[in-house]
Ligand binder design. Structure first.
Ligand SMILES: *Cc1c(COP(=O)(O)O)cnc(C)c1O
Length: 218
């Protein structure tokens, strides 16, 4: 089933859109099945969980961090992940820059936008995003490559469209700023029930778990 679902989604998404497979709570066996069907990009929410899976799966796929990252986990995160999609503070960026410098790399990140301005969710509020990006663009060992958003949950998926549209507007505006260390390439938005809307609104990374693996158990 996993294989069929991956193949079906891959056949539906337009060229230039990457399918990120969201694998929190899924076993290595499940993930391997998805990889055999063509998944090349994995998203994990927890460093510890990812560490175990990474030790088995390794570099045959790209790894993106899509959860909330604590500063004390940054060093480990940089060992596993090719990109952190959820940078939403100068403090976190500072820590990433520090470890990237030690490794001698320029590390790619996305800025997470809290497009619904929900208190319980992470991400920078839309009106604060420009200042944050300007601050982070001063770090020499970080490269900002785009934006990520979750958006609020609605029973009716269509209701999320304005939040995706707002995030795309920010994306286009930040592109025009031509800041150093900022290259707006990736717009990560859309999940199992909203990915089609997200692509219509300009997403080029969609993050899908449930649609591939079925409902989460825990
Ligand atoms: C779990 C998760 C997804 C995938 O959600 P599904 O509804 O299972 O497709 C996407 N993005 C983030 C940040 C997630 O935590």
């Amino acid at each position: 089933m996993i294989k069929e679902r991956v193949k079906e989604i891959l056949s539906k998404i337009p060229e230039g859109v990457q399918l990120l497979c969201a694998t929190k709570g899924r076993s290595v066996e499940e993930i391997m099945e998805a990889i055999e069907a063509g998944i090349t990009l994995i998203g994990e929410n927890y460093v510890q969980e990812a560490e175990k899976k990474y030790s088995i799966i390794g570099k045959r796929v790209k790894w993106h961090f899509i959860g909330h990252l604590q500063t004390n986990k940054v060093k480990k995160a940089l060992k596993i992940f090719d990109m952190i999609e959820t940078v939403d503070s100068v403090k976190l960026a500072y820590e990433i820059d520090k470890h990237a410098k030690k490794k001698g790399v320029v590390y790619p990140v996305l800025i997470e936008i809290n497009s619904g301005k929900e208190k319980q969710k992470s991400g920078v509020f839309p009106e604060d995003a420009e200042n944050l990006i300007k601050e982070i663009s001063k770090f020499e060992n970080i490269k900002i490559e785009g934006l990520m958003t979750m958006g609020p949950f609605f029973e009716e998926p269509e209701k999320i469209r304005p939040y995706f549209r707002l995030t795309k507007e920010l994306f286009d505006n930040f592109k025009k700023l031509s800041l150093p260390n900022v290259e707006m390439k990736y717009l990560s938005m859309g999940m199992s029930d909203t990915w089609e809307i997200a692509i219509e609104e300009g997403a080029n990374i969609i993050r899908i778990g449930t649609l591939i693996f079925g409902p989460r158990k825990g």
